[in-house]
Design a protein around this ligand. Structure first.
Ligand SMILES: [Cu+2]
Length: 485
């Protein structure tokens, strides 16, 4: 049985930390200033061309220089913004001392452009990527996918947004410009001022968890907002940590998009799961907030599973360790100015085809297993540990299938990602999530849960991947080769 309780203590702790808005009334606002927060960074935009992978020294905490690994010179990497139908190209130059590549997460690209771990740029080499942008308007992302190096490279900073717009999305009365905010959330662990990535055996079980939440590379930042509706494009770029998002005063967020773009109509929610690699787009309405007040985006405390190992890891001996399910305050919104052009939450968005499992021609089973006693590959799919040269599933081009993903793990979550396109969620053995409504490329599978998804490859043939996006699980071999033929 899954226990998804969200504990009140999480919200109360945040209230005590000053995250709740000042009381409304006739009196002037409380003159006690809020504790100062660094402003959030918005990554520069980029539409293709040369991109360099290299290390840089940046202040990840104020006045604390850290060596980070960058794609395009920052963390997050530059935000790619393109139109559907555009031709995209990028030339990756690898100045790292490690092999690397780029996976265009969620995008439908030819197999040899997808960043399969057999296709890497070695140190000093370059690699060319070119593909047409076929996918719906949405919030996608890009990151390395090199063999047994994905976790380390994303953790050290190599990740950025890939935003697609189309005529339909641009015709909607949605917030734009400064009111359309990409938020890359990642937890990291510090050791003597350096971002530390040093997983021990125990970290492989539940994944590598951090003690500090960064939003766009800034710990505990603030974002000044208008008294208006704001669009947040939230990407969980953490290696292993899931977030249960909420606004600290309990107000609704309006879910408008999932991994694969907009849904049909906004869904009001007070909490929202976002597992590693998942994206959610929400509207938050600040139009009724008083100037000078503040409210925060937070992750509520939660528990999942019965096995307990997600609470362990090397954190058991690290002061300040925050287990899976620990509460975080993520981003403080400071209400700074009146609305420029007042917006509303729209009543409807775009046409969304129904989910019709009756069109599936077969069901393909995948069993996720955690084998704590194994010496190699403690996480398996269908009993297999990833082998780059072995084809595990032959999937016919253009045929719709149900993939039944069954987790036998009693403790850890597994966010399962399919390369090469998008899918729909047919069912799950726990209560449906609001994000199950939209197009997905990564689905959160809770401990001991079975999730069915509807999959079809109809753009390209070739070798794609099916894997867990808890990155320590992926590097441990929780990944299969899917050949579309
Ligand atoms: Cu996993």
């Amino acid at each position: 049985v899954i226990d998804r309780r969200a504990f009140l203590e999480g919200s109360l702790a945040l209230a005590a930390a000053g995250a709740l808005p000042a009381c409304a009334g006739d009196d002037p606002p409380d003159p006690t200033p809020l504790p100062e927060r660094p402003p959030i960074r918005i990554p520069p935009e980029w539409s293709g061309g040369a991109i360099v992978a290299e290390t840089q020294t940046l202040e990840m905490k104020p006045d604390v220089p850290s060596v980070i690994w960058t794609l395009g010179g920052g963390a997050p990497a530059p935000t790619i913004r393109v139109r559907r139908g555009d031709a995209f190209s990028a030339r990756l130059e690898n100045r790292l001392a490690d092999h690397t590549n780029i996976h265009w997460h969620g995008l439908t690209v030819p197999a040899d452009m997808d960043g399969h771990p057999r296709d890497v740029a070695h140190p000093g080499d370059a690699r060319m990527y070119t593909f047409p942008v076929l996918d719906r308007a949405g919030t996608y992302w890009y990151h390395p996918h090199a063999h047994q190096a994905t976790a380390k490279q994303i953790y050290h900073g190599m990740a950025g947004f890939f935003l697609v717009e189309d005529d339909e999305s641009l015709a909607l009365p949605l917030p734009r410009g400064e009111l359309d905010v990409p938020l890359l959330i990642q937890d990291k662990r510090f050791h003597e001022g350096e971002i530390e990535y040093a997983p021990v055996d125990a970290d492989i079980a539940g994944g590598y968890l951090g003690d500090t939440a960064f939003v766009n590379g800034v710990p505990d930042p603030k974002l000044e907002v208008e008294q208006n509706v704001v669009r947040l494009r939230i990407l969980n770029g953490s290696n292993a940590r899931a977030f249960l998002l909420s606004i600290t005063d309990g107000r609704s967020m309006f879910l408008i998009g999932t991994d694969g773009g907009l849904i049909d109509a906004p869904i009001p929610v007070t909490t929202l799961w976002v597992a590693p690699a998942e994206r959610v787009e929400v509207l938050v309405d600040f139009s009724g907030d008083r100037l000078g007040t503040a409210v925060s985006l937070a992750s509520r405390a939660f528990t999942v599973g019965s096995g307990g190992h997600q609470h362990g890891g090397s954190g058991g001996i690290i002061p300040g360790f925050v287990p899976q399910g620990g509460a975080f305050e993520l981003l403080r919104f400071e209400i700074a100015r009146p609305a420029s052009v007042p917006l509303m939450v729209p009543a409807s968005l775009v046409a969304l085809p129904p989910i019709d499992p009756s069109v599936a021609v077969r069901t393909r089973p995948f069993v996720l297993e955690h084998r704590p006693m194994a010496t190699v590959g403690r996480h398996t799919i269908n009993g297999l540990v990833f082998d780059m040269e072995r084809i595990d599933e032959e999937v016919p081009f253009g045929e719709t299938e149900i993939w039944r993903i069954q987790s036998t793990d009693k403790a850890a979550i597994h966010p399962i990602h399919v390369h090469g396109g998008r899918f729909r969620v047919v069912s799950r053995t726990t209560a449906a999530l609001p994000t199950d409504r939209g197009y997905k490329d990564t689905v959160l599978v809770f401990p001991e849960e079975t999730v069915e998804i509807l999959v079809r490859f109809d753009a390209y043939r070739g070798l794609y991947l099916f894997h867990c996006h808890t990155l320590e699980h992926e590097d441990d071999g929780m990944m299969l080769n899917i050949n579309v033929s």
